[in-house]
Design a binder for this molecule. Structure first.
Ligand SMILES: Nc1ncnc2c1ncn2[C@@H]1O[C@H](COP(=O)(O)OP(=O)(O)OP(=O)(O)O)[C@@H](O)[C@H]1O
Ligand SMILES: [Mg+2]
Length: 255
């Protein structure tokens, strides 16, 4: 059995289906890119993986355990709109991510100094050294996004959920962040789910690229059906992805 198992997951809001019959198995350490039209339910799927919300039907299991019922420290997130602690300096935002990751609360003394040194290394990698003592409100949107990414990577969760993490960044910064993420992944066994609107980025970083789309479509009632995973590309293959299309076979399993 795989590390993350999604079985026949449906999600509706106010009786309106957003996701339907979502089935996927993910091995530990895999990098899963997720693409699909705006509004098709990608962020919703990440919230279900985080157990921030529960499926209307079906089940998500992590490591053959119980159903994912509530968020915990094993799952780190970078939201589509960045979220950092406004009352902490940029450096301490990174320290906080490390201390929360170890469950020991805020660090003191030698431990705090060590964590601040590591935070400074991270800030250098994400190009924020010069604003280490500033508060997030003084940073641009792209800089806040980089800080949020730095936090999530510092916490080294077993499952990293990234919702369009690089969307607000200029091309050069984006490439630097790709390298940082790739290096970190090589060092840890993190399993990553990343939503992106950039197909090239999805194929570059991902081992697999999942496409969310609506296989059923009623032109008179566009909201009648939900989206599901219509393609599961192997992005490790060399060459043009469209030759490696594997039609997703849905395996409805009652949970
Ligand atoms: N809490 C909620 N209550 C009601 N409807 C919701 C809720 N969250 C999301 N939706 C609806 O679910 C649909 C999917 O939203 P979602 O944010 O998951 O899309 P998305 O694929 O991430 O889009 P984008 O690419 O624009 O970020 C949208 O129609 C949205 O309005
Ligand atoms: Mg979204």
């Amino acid at each position: 059995m795989s590390f993350v198992t999604v079985r026949d997951v449906w999600k509706s809001y106010d009786g309106r289906p957003i996701l339907e019959r979502v089935n996927v198995d993910v091995e530990e350490g895999e990098f899963i890119s997720i693409v699909g039209a705006s509004g098709c339910g990608k962020s919703t799927f990440l919230r279900l993986l985080l157990a921030d919300e529960l499926p209307s039907r079906g089940a998500i299991r992590i490591e053959q355990g119980h159903r994912a019922m509530e968020p915990n420290q094993e799952r780190g997130v970078v939201f589509q709109r960045y979220s950092v602690f406004p009352h902490m300096t940029v450096r301490d935002n990174i320290v906080a991510a490390e201390s929360f990751g170890t469950r020991s609360g805020w660090f003191f003394g030698k431990r705090l100094r060590g964590a601040r040194e590591r935070a400074d290394e991270t800030l250098a990698r994400i190009g924020l050294s010069h604003v280490a003592d500033n508060y997030p409100a003084t940073l641009s949107g792209g800089m806040q996004q980089r800080l949020a990414i730095g936090q999530a990577l510092t916490a080294q969760p077993r499952i990293l959920l990234l919702d369009e993490p690089f969307g607000a960044l200029d091309p050069g910064t984006r490439l630097a962040m790709h390298d940082f993420l790739t290096e970190l992944r090589a060092r840890t066994k993190m399993t990553v789910f990343m939503v992106t609107h950039d197909l090239t980025e999805g194929f570059k970083l991902g081992d697999r690229v999942l496409v969310f789309d609506k296989p059923r479509w009623d032109p008179h009632d566009p909201g009648a059906y939900g989206a599901t995973i219509t393609y599961d590309f192997d992005a490790r293959d060399e060459g043009i992805p469209f030759q490696t299309i594997k039609e997703k076979t849905h395996v409805p399993v009652s949970a």
